[in-house]
Write a protein that binds this ligand. Sequence first.
Ligand code: 6PG
Length: 246
Amino acid sequence: MIELTVVEDAEAAARTCARRIAAAIETARVERGVAHVALCGGETPGRMYELLPDHVDDWRDVHLWFGDERCVPLDDPDSNHRLVTHTLLAQLHAGTVPPVVHPVAGAGDGDPPAAAAAYEAALRAHVPAGAAAAAQLPVLDVALQGIGPDGHTASLFPDDPALAERERLVVAVLHARKPPPERVTMTLPLLRAARSLVLLVAGAGKADAVAATLAGPSPHVPASLLGEGARVELIADRAAAAAVAR
Ligand code: 6PG
């Protein structure tokens, strides 16, 4: 089930999303004393990451993970870790104990499958399984995802074999349609196990992808597959929601 929230513009979408992520962090800390958050890359979330420190006063016991990462050095302009470092972490209020950031170690070492396996091991070591999790899946408290114009999310691309992965929690993608071609991505079982999933989308260029995401699950539209078994909120500005049937 994917619930649509439409707001006026990209800034309002970033603000609304920051409030949602902050609320999920607070709930997790109150209920379990720790919050595990997966973040995404791309152009859209940067503003939200800049706003997030205004909504989260205490980052102790908050763990930041990456729903996907490009296989480049962590300080490369294409790195999602670099994005978060230069936005969210750069905006932390003075004197704040920072969150624990879990980069995809080895992403830029030229062996994406090894980096994926190591990241899965780190997730399993740090993120508790949920009470009802049959497969002892680590349960993230919230996963923030974007949607590409082709309906991809994380680094799960249309009709890609990674969409069928049901055992591994993190896999390598070696021929991604969105450069750079080599990436590491969380898979659907892990993303769907999250306590909440937030999709943040803005701009007219995403209107068809948003409509397709809401039209029902399809391997041609990976973002549409997140809604199976998970509570998903899609936060979109009016431009990105323009093709959604009223
Ligand atoms: C990545 C992202 C990717 C992104 C979408 C949307 O690492 O590339 O995780 O899934 O969220 O491609 O990107 P934009 O926000 O740039 O449109």
